[in-house]
Design a protein. Structure first.
Length: 315
């Protein structure tokens, strides 16, 4: 499901090549980038929560149909408020992605444009870079009561950047998502596919397991737990073919003993719920029963240590 491979798609002599391109999804935190990615792919490949910095890694989600393959690249929300090593690492991921892609989807909330949005916009390709179009995505249209106000807001956005397209939408509406795919398709280069037709993401099952656990961690701790926590998979073993059981052991890494207590909860109930909800989501994803063990470990200062960041998979 996750290993990239060259497409075997061939073209007859004189026939046009299929279309395939990398499409970055960028914006400040909490504008709905991961929700949009999941909708575009048609399956959950990136975790979501109300917490900023939920997405910390570059994640490719692949959508293939007819003669076109879209490789959507989800990125962390660009961090503008803190210069800690973790934030610098996340921002390097965003900048590196922009250098690689063919099309950029700049996601903002409809009728909102804040200072942090402007800082992300300043990173995007200028009009002189004609081969890298930037499409404005005005997301969360379903939260706007007076749609007529969106038109005047979009006119103002035209003064901020020479966007190739302006697309108001709600990532939660299937019709809007399909419309966006049709808008993006002509901007994809004509070239062979990067992945086989059935591939949905470039990430491994091991990685997806760690992300699902982290999502449940954030959702069940709310604002009690600082963002400086992560999940590391210590063991990932399956029963072979046919797959019947997958054993997963994972460590939740926090910076302080008090954070450990927050996660474990009274009588261990919160940690049990994190594990239970993660296991329920993992089983259909992995196609097998899942035996999940969770441990909470304190590694003080890990988010400020470049060596620790690399060892935990932060590029």
């Amino acid at each position: 499901m996750v290993a990239p491979a060259q497409s075997t798609t061939a073209t007859a002599s004189g026939a046009s090549l299929p279309r395939c391109g990398l499409v970055a999804i960028v914006g400040r935190p909490n504008v709905g980038k991961s929700t949009l990615l999941n909708a575009l792919v048609g399956q959950k490949v990136s975790i979501t929560s109300r917490r900023a910095q939920t997405t910390r890694h570059r994640i490719n989600g692949v959508r293939t149909f007819d003669d076109s393959q879209f490789v959507f690249v989800d990125t962390p929300g660009f961090q503008t408020k803190h210069g800690a090593p973790l934030n610098r690492t996340l921002n390097r991921t965003v900048r590196g992605t922009l250098a690689d892609v063919d099309v950029v989807l700049f996601v903002v909330e409809a009728r909102r444009f804040e200072l942090d949005d402007a800082k992300v916009l300043a990173l995007l390709p200028s009009s002189g870079q004609a081969n890298k179009p930037v499409i404005l995505i005005a997301n969360k249209l379903d939260t706007v009561r007076r749609r007529v106000e969106v038109a005047s807001w979009l006119k103002g956005m035209q003064q901020r950047h020479p966007f190739a397209e302006y697309v108001p939408l709600s990532a939660r509406r299937a019709a809007d998502v399909e419309r966006l795919l049709g808008i993006v398709r002509p901007y994809l280069p004509q070239q062979s596919w990067l992945y086989e037709a059935g591939v949905l993401t470039d990430r491994s099952e091991r990685f997806l397991a760690s992300e699902i656990i982290r999502e449940k961690l954030f959702r069940l701790t709310g604002d009690e737990l600082p963002y400086t926590s992560t999940v590391v998979i210590d063991q990932f073993e399956d029963s072979g073919e046919p797959r019947q059981l997958v054993k997963v052991a994972a460590s939740i890494i926090v910076e302080r003993e008090t954070h450990k207590g927050i996660i474990i909860g009274s009588g261990g109930e919160r940690l049990k719920r994190i594990g239970s909800e993660a296991r329920i989501e993992l089983e259909p994803l992995l196609g097998a029963k899942v035996f999940l063990e969770l441990w909470v470990k304190v590694h003080s200062g890990w988010a400020d240590d470049e060596k620790h960041l690399r060892s935990y998979g932060y590029e």
